[in-house]
Ligand binder design. Structure first.
Ligand SMILES: Nc1ncnc2c1ncn2[C@@H]1O[C@H](COP(=O)(O)OP(=O)(O)O)[C@@H](O)[C@H]1O
Ligand SMILES: [Mg+2]
Ligand SMILES: [Zn+2]
Length: 381
């Protein structure tokens, strides 16, 4: 059997253009290379798994490439590129400050910096999680950072920018990496699924992308997990919600349908079913509030793009939003929100949610009563 390589490693981007969702960074780097205006120290900030290490490695490879293209991408075939691709280049040095944060670790690195590269133009030093360096280690490093030899480039990476001391900040060109949008993650997953000949449902990939909360690496790990589970080689929506323990949004559609009909019994029965499946009442309330928000958002063509779902599912939202008035949605959202806020302090949490649902089920009747009263007063006037 072939060795299984996790997708996050197998699909680490090899050049700038295959990095997803960080164009503001890759373009700036490529322009700097083109104009020979490269800084010697960078600080890459941003959440985990969004491409910091990846971009640092691509930069190192590109500036050492022997026949870099007009587009400022590495050729991928020269001796230097090959050594980078085989993790055998001497021109890149990575230090994980999370586990190597002593003065000695930094002294080793500083010693290294004194030797010019034997081959290629630049040596690139990546210090990951740089906020973890001890104060002493920071100080030992500062002088090198201040006056680096011209062949040395430092890339400091951190998930916690606020912990970086000003003396470091002021010496680096700072790049803020984005969380990656659900849509872009989902597209990337589609690409990988096709490469791996894995069948999928769009909605399943979107769900994985949403669950990853902006981190592409997390999305890839979840994807691998679900592919492993789905022996049938198809990533389905049903399998994904089961594996990720996510509540099927069909439930929200059903609850709202019952609420709009003023049907308290149905509403409570659906909630009961959700609890029996082992879902948490609080999550349900938060999810329901999001559902109301999504319905509100699709009611107006100006905001419809704020809803990040596939077109197929969007149609469902549009249909339900047409059936619900804005007043209903706003009142229901407000009740859901109150229920969320007071959930933790409630003594009987199930009843707390049920009460909120009952109030919501009464909104349509209350609204039509109010409308009647208005008409009545018009007639009298
Ligand atoms: N912006 C991105 N574009 C494409 N793949 C990405 C991106 N960000 C992360 N990945 C995937 O996740 C893996 C880990 O990314 P990495 O660059 O190490 O993240 P970070 O250093 O920000 O924590 C990569 O090997 C790649 O497969
Ligand atoms: Mg990293
Ligand atoms: Zn090359």
């Amino acid at each position: 059997m072939e060795n299984f390589v996790v997708s996050a490693r197998k699909y680490r981007p090899a050049n700038f253009k295959s990095v997803v969702g960080q164009q503001h960074i890759t373009t700036t780097l490529q322009n700097a290379i083109k104009n020979n205006h490269l800084a010697q120290a960078f600080l890459f900030c941003g959440p985990r798994g969004v491409g910091k290490t990846t971009c640092a490695r691509i930069l190192a490879k590109t500036i050492n490439c022997e026949n870099r293209g007009e587009d400022q991408e590495a050729c991928g075939t020269c001796e230097s590129c090959l050594s980078f691709q085989n993790n055998a280049s001497f021109n890149i040095y990575e230090l994980d400050a999370a586990s190597n944060n002593s003065v000695d670790d930094i002294r080793n690195l500083v010693d290294q910096v004194r030797y010019a590269p034997q081959k290629g133009q630049y040596k690139v030093y990546i210090i990951d999680e740089v906020h973890m360096l001890s104060n002493q280690a920071f100080n030992a490093f500062l002088k090198t950072l201040e006056e680096p030899p011209k062949y040395a480039i430092f890339i400091l990476a951190t998930t916690e920018k606020h912990k970086i001391i000003p003396t470091i900040l002021s010496r680096c060109q700072i790049f803020d990496f984005n969380r990656i949008q659900i849509k872009h993650i989902a597209e990337h997953l589609q690409y990988i699924a096709k490469e791996e000949s894995v069948d999928y449902e769009d909605e399943a990939l979107r769900l994985i992308a949403a669950k990853a909360d902006g981190a592409l690496r997390d999305a890839l790990s979840i994807f691998d997990l679900i592919v492993t589970y789905s022996a049938g080689k198809k990533v389905t929506y049903q399998e994904t919600i089961a594996n990720l323990h996510i509540l099927d949004y069909d439930y929200y559609f059903k609850v709202v349908e019952a609420l709009l009909a003023g049907n308290i019994a149905d509403t409570l029965l659906i909630f009961d079913e959700i609890l029996k499946k082992g879902f948490d009442g609080h999550n349900f309330v938060v999810g329901l509030a999001e559902h109301f928000r999504d319905l509100l958002v699709v009611q107006d063509s100006a905001t419809v793009n704020l809803l990040e779902v596939s077109d197929e599912v969007k149609a469902n939202y549009i249909e339900q939003s047409k059936a619900s008035s804005q007043s209903f949605l706003l009142s229901a959202l407000s009740i859901a929100n109150q229920c969320d806020i007071h959930y933790k302090s409630s003594k009987n949490q199930r009843l707390h949610v049920e009460l909120a649902l009952m109030k919501m089920a009464k909104i349509p009747a209350a609204l039509s009563l109010a409308a009647l009263a208005v008409e009545d007063s018009k007639k009298k006037a």
